[in-house]
Design a protein around this ligand. Sequence first.
Ligand code: NAD
Length: 471
Amino acid sequence: MRQIQSVYINGKFEQPHGTEIMDIISPIDEKAIAQLTYADEVDTKRAIHAASKALEGFQHSSKEQRKTYLKSIHDEIVKRLDDLIEATMIEYGASRERSKWSNLLSASVFLDQVSVLDNYSFEKQVNESTVIMEPVGVSALFTPWNSTAGSIAVKLSAALAAGCTVVLKPSEFAPWQAAIIMESIAAAGLPDGVVNMVNGRGEVVSKVLMESSEVTKISFTGSTVVGKILAKQALDTMKRVTLELGGKSANIILEDAELSKAIPLALQIAFMNNGQACIAGSRLLVPESKMKEIKQLLVAEADKFKVGNPLIETVDIGPLASSKQYHRVQEYIQIGMEEGAELLYGGLGHPAGLDKGYYVKPTIFTGVNNSMRIAQEEIFGPVLSVITYNNEEEAIAIANDSEYGLMAFVSTSDQDKGKEVAKKLKAGRVLVNTLKHDPLAPFGGYKNSGFGRENGLHGLKDFLEVKTLIQ
Ligand code: NAD
C-alpha cells in the first residue's frame, strides 16, 4: 500500500516518531488507497525547533531572494499538477474540472505574492517616524481537507513573502494532496527549516504548536468550533491569529434578476466542490411572488448536474469526502424534513446506481424558514435551502440573520443596485452576478466566519509585525 509522507523537517522527509497508522479511504469506492503514519508531539517539537533556527536567517532575506523562492515553488507545483489533480479526485472526490481549477490556483497564488512584493515597501515614513514591517516569526499553518492545496498555498505564499518560517499542519484527512505540495516545496530549493510539515491528529499536533512560545502566529482554516478553541489557546502566548472559518452564505435573487441566468448560477454557487465549500451559497433568498417559476427552474437546472465518479470527465458532483461527511449530510436532510421544509429535489440516500462510495443526492428544500437549523447551520454538502422574501429590505435582513458572514451573492439586472445591496450585507466578500474568484483581493469573514484576511497584500500584512522607529 502507498505510504504517504507525514513529516518534513529541516529539509528532509522523515519517518515519523509517531506510530499510529491511518488508512486513507477513497470516497469514490470506499477502498483504502494509502496509509498515513501520524506525526506526534516529538515530531512537532522538532519541526518548531527547525523553523525557529531557520528564522534566524530567513527573516533577514531580501525581497528578491524571497521572490525567487516563490517563483520556484510555483514552477515545481506546476510540474506536479497532474499528480495533484489525480490525488484531489481520488482522495477527496472533487470533479476533474474543480480539481484542475483549484490546483492551478494553488500554483498561481505564489506568483500573486511575487507581484505583491514588487509593489510593497517594508519601510515607510509616517509623520516623523519610520515604520518598519517585520516578519511575525514562526507561523503555524492549519489547513482543512476540503481545499487542501489551495489553503496551504494561500497561507504559505504569504508567510514566505513576509519572511516567516513555517510549520504546516495539513488535515490528516487529505494527506496525499498535502504531501505532493510538500514535495513540490522540497524541490524548490528553499533553505532547510524554512518550511516544515507535521501531519497527525489535529488535537495532538495543535497542542504542541499552541503551547510553544516560539510559534508567534497561527493561520487557521477550518471549522468555527476548532478555530475558536485555537484562538483562545493563542492568547496564552499572545500569538497573532488569522481565522478562516465556516459559512452559511446567502444568495439573494433580486426581483429584477433574469431567472434563466440567476437560477443556474445559484445552483453552481450551492453545489460547487460537491457542496463542501466554506463559500457555498447554501441559502437562496427569492421573491415570494416568483416562487412558482423558480421551483420549476430549480428542478430543471438541478437535473443537469451529473453526480458520479469524478474520474469521469462529464461528472459535476463527486462523492462527499468521507463516511462522516455522508452521514452528516443525511442527518441534515432528515432534520430539514422534520423541521417541515418541503423537499423539492433529491432527498435521503444514495443516488440511483451509486450505492458504493459516499455519493449523496443534490438536495433542494423550499418552504424554509431562516430560523430552521438547515438555514442556520453549515451542512457542508450539496443541500440548498430556499427562503422567500417579500421586499428587498426583508431579503437583506434575512441574509444578515446568520452567525456567519463569509460570503454573499446577489443576482440583479442592475449592477448599481447590486452594489447598493452588497454594501448592506455583512459578509467579507459579495459577488454580484458572478462566481468569479479574485485571488489578489482580500478574502475572509465577518462574525463567526473568522477574522483577518488572506490573499494579496492583506494576506502578506497578516504575517507582518509593525515597528515604529523614531530618531
Ligand atoms: P477542522 O476544524 O476539523 O480541521 C481543520 C484543521 O484543524 C485540520 O488541520 C485539523 O487536523 C485541525 N484540527 C481538527 N480538530 C482539532 C482540534 N480539536 N484541535 C486542534 N486542531 C484540530 O475543519 P475541517 O473539517 O478540516 O474543514 C471544514 C471546515 O473548514 C468547514 O467549516 C469549512 O467551512 C471550513 N473552511 C473554511 C474556509 C475559509 O476560507 N473560510 C475554507 C475551507 C474550509
